[in-house]
Design a protein around this ligand. Structure first.
Ligand SMILES: [Zn+2]
Length: 218
């Protein structure tokens, strides 16, 4: 294994940038940088352009907070989604995981994190006001809270359940099929699908068949 310091400065700099990515250590970053060095200029140019325009092209959906190139994301503007079901997630990344599971046909709401008093993150730092506005508009029958099964995710779920307890809607929590403490961004689609189907009603504490609620069982 070559030492990073033996690389030319430009490559060292690239290795440093790549190693900021999640799951990429210095060694992998070096391998990636050397692989990029073999790419033709045309491909490197396209990558550079994609990176340069990333923030300009990808915005937050005005309604749900999902990543989107339009003002409204494809899910919010779709006519085939079940608009009476609203699933609350911490980050937009989790939407694509749930979508891959194909266990949910409703709409989403991205909170932009979870309650974390130790890190100074309170309710006002999350998109809870926007969620309240969406619920106030009516038409939503069930709010499904899919925050992570760690301490902060659970605290956030309970906060939301209390905050909206007065509304005539079902408030449910995805099942704990996901290992406690797991970050939902890295959960596999099958696990998340099971968690979605086995969700529980938070208002009464009883288990409810998600499949029944989703209308699969008639
Ligand atoms: Zn959207």
């Amino acid at each position: 294994m070559s030492n990073i310091s033996s690389l030319p400065k430009a490559l060292q700099s690239l290795v440093e940038q790549l190693s900021r990515l999640p799951g990429v250590g210095k060694r992998s970053a070096e391998r990636l940088a050397l692989a990029l060095l073999q790419w033709p200029d045309e491909h490197l140019g396209r990558l550079a352009e994609d990176l340069r325009l990333l923030h300009e092209r990808i915005k937050s959906c005005r309604c749900c907070g999902n990543y989107s190139e339009q003002e409204l994301c494809p899910l919010c503007s779709s006519s085939s989604r079940r608009r009476e079901l609203l699933c609350v997630v911490e980050s937009a990344v989790q939407i694509s995981v749930i979508e891959r599971s194909q266990a949910f046909q409703g709409l989403y709401h991205v909170l932009g994190g979870k309650l974390s008093p130790l890190n100074g993150k309170g309710p006002q730092d999350l998109r809870i006001k926007e969620l309240a506005e969406r619920l106030d508009q009516g038409g939503i029958a069930e709010l499904i809270i899919a925050t992570s099964p760690d301490m902060e995710g659970e605290a956030t779920a309970h906060y939301l359940a209390e905050e909206f307890a007065h509304l005539p809607i079902t408030i449910s929590r995805i099942a704990s099929g996901i290992p406690a403490g797991a970050d939902l961004s890295h959960a596999d689609a099958a696990t998340l699908g099971l968690a979605m189907h086995g969700r529980r009603n938070m208002k009464h504490g009883e288990a409810q068949s998600g499949e029944e609620q989703l209308g699969y069982v008639r």
